[in-house]
Design a protein around this ligand. Structure first.
Ligand code: F6R
Length: 364
């Protein structure tokens, strides 16, 4: 049941800390802060390429995984939504790996890609939440997310659990390939292991997100912007808002704004920015300043360090805990889900069962 919560989604949002902790502790030893992945269907030290695929939010988690694997493991990665990949049928190297991500393990397009890539002699590893699902059974190997049953149609805790597995995997791959030192591995696993506690802090501070939600609920169009590993989270924020509140939203890479979408900006369009401090901060901040200069209403998620400079032009700034840039996409995923939830509640839409949507899309 929902317990004391109004919706399954609210309950599932509050399960982030426990789900993230359980999922991370599967393959990270807190004492040594080392990653120990189980035996995999391919050797990450020599794999020539990984093909990543999934649908919807699971695909956006996979996109963050792509940034991580390229960054900390230096593995060539191709990624595409399953409904495209299955017909693109790209050339694949001998001994290549496929990595598929799915909460249900039953999504028709993702399953079709799994079967296609197996036929093309790729070594298939899946990240699924439902053990014994079709994808679990048909893959050469599976890593589980420990999110428990997710009842709300919009993915919440399963999405962040997917990120937790993908981050752990990227670090494990980085070690196998000799790209990541023991010290770097320890530093980044420590940052990951702190995420559950930060998630709990975030969930206690809902007033700022609710204030933002009151602004967003009045809008007809909303833009989400992010750069680097926050770009897929911007897409996820837009997806969540669309599906839960039926407000038109789009996610863009912050640097793409001046190539078209900036034409949309006026005082009626909230621009939600995911802009933590780190190597890309100044770049994104200058894109946001351009939006503000054109009358855009910039509302930013950032950290203490980022807040001081964004406050000069942003209408609202929500300060998240300060974390290593590596884990920032996991932490930023939570308030964008909360935002979509609160906007939906204000709009009175069916939060747990949005119109036209199904929890598992088992037809093409
Ligand atoms: C969005 C959402 C969907 C799913 C997608 C894939 O909130 O939940 O976009 O992520 O349908 O489903 P799974 O992960 O079961 O393959």
């Amino acid at each position: 049941g929902k317990g004391n919560y109004r919706h399954f989604m609210e309950k599932e949002l509050h399960e982030h800390p426990i789900v993230l902790g359980d999922t991370l502790r599967q393959h990270i030893d807190p004492a040594s802060r080392a990653v120990a992945l189980p035996p995999l269907p391919f050797d990450p030290a020599v794999v020539p390429k990984i093909t990543l695929s999934a649908c919807g939010s699971a695909f956006l988690a996979a996109q963050v995984g792509r940034y991580w694997m390229e960054q900390v493991a230096r593995i060539p990665v191709d990624s595409d939504v399953a409904s495209e990949l299955r017909y693109r049928d790209p050339p694949l190297p001998e001994g290549g790996a496929a990595l598929l991500v799915s909460q249900s393990g039953e999504t028709a397009d993702t399953l079709a890609v799994l079967r296609l890539l197996k036929q093309r002699r790729q070594h298939v590893l899946s990240v699924v939440n439902v053990a014994e699902s079709t994808m679990d059974r048909e893959s050469h190997g599976t890593l589980l997310t420990i999110a428990g049953p997710e009842i709300g149609v919009a993915s919440t805790k399963a999405f962040t659990a997917q990120l937790a597995v993908l981050a752990t995997m990227a670090l494990g791959f980085g070690r196998s390939r000799g790209v990541l030192s023991v010290q770097e591995e320890a530093r980044l696993t420590a940052a990951l292991l702190e995420v559950p506690a930060h998630a709990a802090t975030l969930l206690e501070h809902t007033e700022e997100v609710q204030a933002l939600a009151r602004q967003v609920a009045m809008a007809k169009d909303v833009l989400f912007l992010g750069r680097g590993s926050l770009y897929p989270i911007a897409l996820e924020g837009a997806l969540k808002l669309k599906e839960l509140s039926y407000i038109h939203a789009e996610g863009y890479a912050a640097g793409e704004m001046k190539h078209g979408p900036i034409a949309l900006i006026d005082q009626d369009v909230p621009v939600i920015a995911l802009c933590p401090s780190g190597p890309l901060f100044e770049k994104t901040a200058s894109n946001l300043q351009e939006a503000a200069a054109r009358g855009g209403r910039v509302m930013a998620f950032t950290d203490q360090e980022g807040a001081s400079s964004l406050r000069r032009f942003a209408e609202a700034v929500v300060v998240l805990p300060t974390v290593d840039p590596f884990v920032a996409p996991i932490l930023h995923a939570i308030p964008v889900q909360m935002l979509a939830y609160h906007v939906a509640v204000l709009k009175g839409t069916d939060v747990d069962q949005p119109r036209n949507l199904a929890k598992a899309v088992t037809v093409e």
